[in-house]
Ligand binder design. Structure first.
Ligand code: COA
Length: 372
């Protein structure tokens, strides 16, 4: 039987992304994340993940225009938002919204490759609107119209905060979206591919992915990190806090990774962004607490930070509400999830693993009135 948690099991062949866990490297279609993060844009990465090649300027313009033109929510979906805002947590809202979006997608139940590409672009385009509308409604505010002059990242900030971001803030968000866009066979991508492998529709595959990302051992860790930073409150208190938590056998959120045995390359960029944004807004507290935690966890456990650790302070300094950190992760990862679902459809075989039975055998059935 494979290791618990399917460790080391290869569940699919993919041309979308690749990790070298020993060297701490991540590639999208063979392009190093260390080249993509400083030089690319989220829109370009969406193209790369879906077309398995970098776009020409014309191709990028076409995809960008498409993403901008699809930003409005269907009125039926928009009408659900007030109920979500009063009744539902952000990730539950997102999961159910994406599921609901299937009812009014212009391509209906067409599961052709062409329709699935259009559906994928719509999903990528609309998630920031769903998150922003929900957030504003729960604060008693009217949802905003998407701003076609802004990039995908800039529009995401606009729809949530209600402020047009400056170029620096929009670029920080853009890099965060690039870094979260895909990550091989993580739990949510696996969930998406399992659903797609039954030839269920792409909205169902995305619903499964969001449900899986919701858990604190996957996407939910970034929120838990920020709560920990707030609880610690001061860099000098971090070492004792961490030692006590480890002595109590608690997991420190934002550390450890199934695949990386060294630094997660995404954390390298997010650490830098956390420092830079702290300097820019004149509040280094969250970066400094993060550094103190990182040092203590390394001393005590030899563990490296993962993508969620420094993302927390970056998002917080961008003015994003803590309980939207995981939906924002989803707003980026939907680029990878949809690419993986399309890859699965293109060369499909039902994903159906075996299990090892460990229960009792050969039991004799007794009628209910004879059971003691
Ligand atoms: N804090 C403290 N100890 C940790 C740890 C953490 N964040 N992550 C791993 N460890 C320890 C485990 O306790 C275990 O130690 P042991 O062998 O002494 O029991 C060992 O490292 C292996 O951990 P394990 O949980 O088996 O690794 P995994 O591959 O199953 O899990 C994660 C990987 C990411 C789920 C795990 O590291 C974790 O829970 N991290 C915190 C949540 C998080 O940040 N998730 C986001 C992932 S991108």
């Amino acid at each position: 039987m494979p290791g618990a948690g399917l460790e080391d099991v290869v569940a699919a062949a993919t041309a979308i992304s690749d990790i070298d866990g020993k060297l701490g490297r991540l590639f999208y279609v063979g392009y190093d994340i260390h080249d993509l993060a400083p030089n690319s844009t989220f829109e370009e990465v969406v193209y790369l993940l879906h077309h398995l090649a970098l776009p020409t300027q014309g191709e990028l313009d076409k995809l960008t225009d498409n993403l901008i033109s699809e930003r409005d929510l269907n009125p039926w979906v928009a009408a659900l938002m007030p109920t979500f805002a009063s009744e539902s947590s952000p990730m539950s809202m997102l999961r159910t919204t994406v599921s609901a979006m299937s009812a009014h997608d212009p391509d209906g139940w067409d599961n052709s490759a062409e329709a699935n590409y259009r559906k994928a672009m719509r999903l990528i385009s609309r998630l920031p609107n769903a998150i922003g509308s929900y957030h504003r409604l729960r604060n008693g505010l009217e949802p905003l119209r998407p701003n076609p002059k802004l990039t995908h990242a800039g529009n995401l900030l606009w729809m949530i905060t209600g402020e047009e971001p400056d170029e620096d803030a929009a670029r920080v968000m853009d890099i965060c979206l690039i870094l979260h866009a895909d990550h091989t066979m993580n739990a949510s991508t696996f969930a998406a591919r399992v659903a797609a492998s039954t030839l269920s529709d792409i909205h169902s595959a995305m619903t499964a992915a969001i449900a899986t990302l919701k858990g604190p051992l996957h996407g939910g860790a970034n929120e838990a990190v920020m709560k920990m930073l707030l609880e610690i409150g001061d860099p000098s208190k971090a070492p004792d806090y961490i030692r006590k938590a480890l002595a109590e056998k608690k997991k420190i959120m934002g550390f450890g990774h199934r695949v990386y045995k060294t630094e997660d390359p995404r954390a390298t960029h997010l650490r830098r962004l956390s420092k830079e944004i702290g300097e820019r807004i004149g509040d280094m507290r969250w970066f400094e607490i993060s550094q103190a935690i990182e040092q203590t966890v390394m001393e005590e456990k030899g563990l490296y930070p993962n993508v969620d650790f420094y993302a927390a302070s970056v998002y917080y300094c961008l003015g994003l509400p803590i309980d939207l950190f995981t939906p924002i992760f989803a707003a980026s990862r939907v680029a990878g999830w949809t690419a993986h679902a399309r890859e699965q459809y293109a060369d499909n075989r039902l994903i159906r693993p075996e299990s090892e039975y460990i229960g009792p055998r050969n039991q004799s059935y007794r009628p209910i009135d004879q059971r003691g």
